[in-house]
Design a protein around this ligand. Structure first.
Ligand SMILES: Nc1ncnc2c1ncn2[C@@H]1O[C@H](COP(=O)(O)OP(=O)(O)O)[C@@H](O)[C@H]1O
Ligand SMILES: Nc1ccn([C@@H]2O[C@H](COP(=O)(O)OP(=O)(O)O)[C@@H](O)[C@H]2O)c(=O)n1
Length: 222
């Protein structure tokens, strides 16, 4: 058993398309293992909201980079960040390479602190933490994702039309997959987890099984 493997913080990278359950899973895995959790989508949403609030265009690169560099993590809990409008805007602003670069250090620093961290997003396993101990790429049928996201919005008291939510999800996935900078894709060494037919508990159990299998294979007790 490699003694050094006990010293480095454990990193679990979760990526996947819109509304696939990354955040829910990330939060639950972090709780299970006593690690910290970062929903990196919130960061891009906060940049988009910052730009829109100031009246700037989403393609104003200089201003977008400035907003990204001035981000206050205290603002990540703002309820407006969860809206479809901001999610869509986030997928426009996140395609700007310099905006992504401005946010790399924050994410890597979060990942580096002991005892371990779970980060979820689009490029965690491919760009932010390519050496993550465990990489999970979460997928679910688009219709299933649209249904879940619609129910989530309705539960918050917002109006939501499932067909429109589906269209938004598909449009965002296409944009995220086809951009040049850090496109949405599974890392070569990611474990694909399809939760279309699993409830939240089932998805969490499947993910824990993946983490445990990887750890057992590496002889680590972290
Ligand atoms: N396995 C699952 N079964 C049912 N609902 C789920 C499951 N995973 C996530 N959800 C729900 O789907 C919605 C989207 O999940 P979320 O974690 O926000 O996805 P993401 O972070 O990928 O956007 C939320 O309402 C969440 O409660
Ligand atoms: N690591 C990340 C996370 C999000 N994003 C962008 O931010 C948008 C919103 O991400 P999110 O994870 O909050 O979206 P949902 O899956 O929750 O709908 C995505 O559509 C991506 O364009 C990204 O580019 N890279």
């Amino acid at each position: 058993m490699a003694a050094l493997s006990h010293m480095a913080p454990m990193i679990i990278a979760i990526d996947g398309p819109a509304a696939s359950g990354k955040g829910t899973l990330g939060k639950r895995l972090a709780h299970h293992y006593g690690y910290r959790h970062l929903d990196t989508g919130v960061i891009y949403r906060a940049v988009a909201k910052g730009l829109l609030d100031e009246g700037f265009d989403l393609t104003d690169e200089a201003r977008a980079v400035a907003v990204a560099m001035e981000l206050d993590p205290e603002s990540f809990g703002h309820p407006e960040l969860k809206t479809q409008r901001i999610g869509d805007a986030a997928s426009v602003v996140s395609a700007i390479p310099s905006v992504r670069e401005a946010l790399v250090n924050f994410q890597r620093q979060f990942a580096a602190d002991p005892p371990g961290a779970v980060l979820d997003g689009r490029d965690i396993g491919t760009v932010i933490c390519p050496n993550a101990d465990v990489k999970i790429f979460v997928v679910a049928d688009p219709q299933v994702r649209a249904r879940r996201r619609t129910l989530e919005a309705l539960a918050r008291g917002e109006a939501a039309d499932e067909a429109m939510v589906l269209a938004d999800i598909l449009k965002r996935d296409e944009r995220d997959k086809n951009r040049a900078a850090a496109p949405l894709k599974a890392a070569a060494d990611a474990h694909i987890l399809d939760n279309s037919n699993l409830d939240i508990e089932g998805g969490v159990r499947a993910a824990i099984a993946i983490v445990e299998a990887v750890r057992a294979g590496r002889g680590s007790s972290r």
